[in-house]
Design a protein around this ligand. Structure first.
Ligand code: DX5
Ligand code: ZN
Length: 213
């Protein structure tokens, strides 16, 4: 299991300390980009990602919660992203083109859906993405409660990936904690994103270890 702490829950006055925590004990640095339009919240943008890139020793996973993801893929690629995901709901029939664009920068491409989007909507893209991000809360805010239907959604995507012979990874994001990590692993998740559970803890490294199970 790969663990991707979400910097949305980090201490922005001491960001370097929290990046070093990820460097030391986790696998991926998850960066949530919100535009106030696709989601009703604004997080952070290029200057913050570029600053993190200077000390990041783990791959940066940029989760775009924005309209027109195609406009910003290049900037995030140049800022140092190793993985970029975009919401299917923001791209719809342009999803194919966005995946190709991300790949053109030699970056892993992920497609994301919110909990109310039928998983079948992204089946046409499973053959070309490197990972699928299934939201286990509605995108936009950290600290929300995990939605239990996620397990069945993971299993359905896993089954389809197997059917088409794809090695794409499954990532889950939102309300992830040591309490649900085991069941998510069993359902077929490869990457767990966790914000509050890691950074609001007394001992983030211990939580990462517990998530890894
Ligand atoms: C929500 C973000 C998540 C968020 C997770 O829109 O995509 O990455 O930071 O935070 P927790 O783990 O606190 O639910
Ligand atoms: Zn995220």
């Amino acid at each position: 299991m790969l663990i991707a702490p979400s910097m949305l829950a980090a201490d922005f006055l001491h960001l370097s300390k929290d990046v070093e925590t990820v460097n030391a004990c986790a696998d991926i640095i998850h960066l949530d980009i919100m535009d106030g339009t696709f989601v009703p919240n604004i997080s952070f943008g290029f200057p913050v990602v570029e600053a993190i890139a200077k000390i990041a020793r783990k791959p940066m996973d940029v989760h775009l919660m924005i309209v027109h993801p195609e406009k910003y893929v290049e900037r995030f690629a140049k800022a140092g992203a190793s993985m970029i995901s975009f919401h299917y709901e923001a791209a719809l029939e342009e999803s194919d083109a966005v995946i190709d664009l991300i790949h053109s920068f030699n970056i892993k491409a992920g497609i994301v859906i919110n909990p109310d989007c039928p998983v079948e909507k992204i089946f046409p893209y499973l053959g070309k993405v490197d990972y699928v991000l299934l939201m286990s809360v509605f995108a936009g805010f950290g600290g929300q409660k995990f939605i239990e239907t996620t397990y069945d959604r993971v299993k359905a995507v896993k089954k389809e990936l197997k059917r088409i012979g794809s090695k794409a990874l499954i990532e889950v994001d939102g309300g992830v904690s040591p309490q649900n990590a085991g069941k998510l692993a069993k359902a077929g998740v490869d990457i767990l994103v966790a914000g509050s559970a890691v950074f609001k803890a007394e001992d983030p490294a211990a939580v990462v270890a517990a998530l890894r199970g």
